[in-house]
Design a protein around this ligand. Structure first.
Ligand SMILES: [Fe+2]
Length: 262
């Protein structure tokens, strides 16, 4: 499998805090059946790109250390760009594996910025493809799942977290993750790993979950094939997206979820 969203690069964000952590995370990835990872440190604003040469140096050091430790995982560099009105997409780290086309973008957890649909429109016209990181954890999509279709229909792609499929972020996130797959609105599953304990680099269980429910072919696309193509800037063959339509929650349902969260 290929993990396109990880926080393994040491000492740059809330992921690995030193190179030993990074190597442990890579070993866990390898043991889980992950053959390649993209390091996607948070880029919270434009000024983080000023440190690009330092990120590249850290990346090279880690690749060398992993080789010396006999870790058999391909390591690539990219980033997870926090959404902002102007996006600097010509940086080496801006696109995954510097493929020049696909980039990973994060929305604030609490909402979907109003300006972004129009911004994506221009970006997609220019031939770049945004991959929205973990939409199933975003309150905007949780409250209005129909919006996910709007984004995908206009050319954006979606990456959900393996942990979401396993219920690690609660039942509502899990339910939205399943709904998104069910409606052809997911293109990648990645770990978004941050450490060696609770948020480690693992995909296998989620792969098995997808394979069991939707078949091996979809599991291979979401965990292997789509990533393989995206990392070299190739066009993906995508199934027709379908809108998620949910009935408004009944009064009894609302009461039940109020009682269960109390
Ligand atoms: Fe992340």
């Amino acid at each position: 499998m290929i993990d396109i969203h990880t926080h393994i690069l040491p000492k740059v964000d809330d992921g690995a805090q030193n190179i030993d952590d990074s190597l442990k995370m890579l070993r866990q990835a390898q043991d889980d059946g992950i053959e390649a990872v993209v390091l996607t440190p948070h880029i919270l604003n434009h000024s983080d790109f000023n440190n690009e040469s330092e990120y590249l140096a850290r990346y090279k050091t880690l690749v060398k250390a992993a080789e010396e430790a006999n870790i058999q995982v391909d390591i690539m560099l990219g980033s997870e760009i926090y959404v902002q009105p102007e996006l600097l997409l010509d940086k080496k780290m801006a696109t995954l594996n510097n493929n020049g086309k696909y980039f990973l973008i994060e929305f604030p957890m609490g909402s979907i910025p109003g300006f972004i649909a129009e911004r994506f429109f221009t970006i997609i016209l220019d031939g770049m493809i945004p991959i929205i990181a973990h939409p199933e954890r975003n309150l905007g999509f949780l409250q209005r799942p129909a919006l996910a279709y709007e984004f995908v229909a206009r050319g954006a792609l979606m990456q959900i977290n393996s942990g979401s499929l396993l219920g690690r972020f609660g039942p509502k996130v899990k339910s939205l993750a399943f709904d998104l797959i069910e409606h052809n609105l997911v293109h990648f599953v990645a770990s978004d790993c941050h450490d060696t304990l609770k948020r480690r680099c693992r995909l296998k269980k989620a792969y098995e979950t997808v394979a069991e429910k939707w078949g091996l072919s979809l599991a291979d696309d979401l965990f292997i094939n789509n990533a393989k193509k995206a990392l070299i800037g190739k066009q993906l063959t995508l199934p027709e997206p379908m809108p998620i339509t949910r009935k408004p929650e009944s009064l009894l349902g609302k009461l039940r979820s109020m009682l269960s969260s109390a």
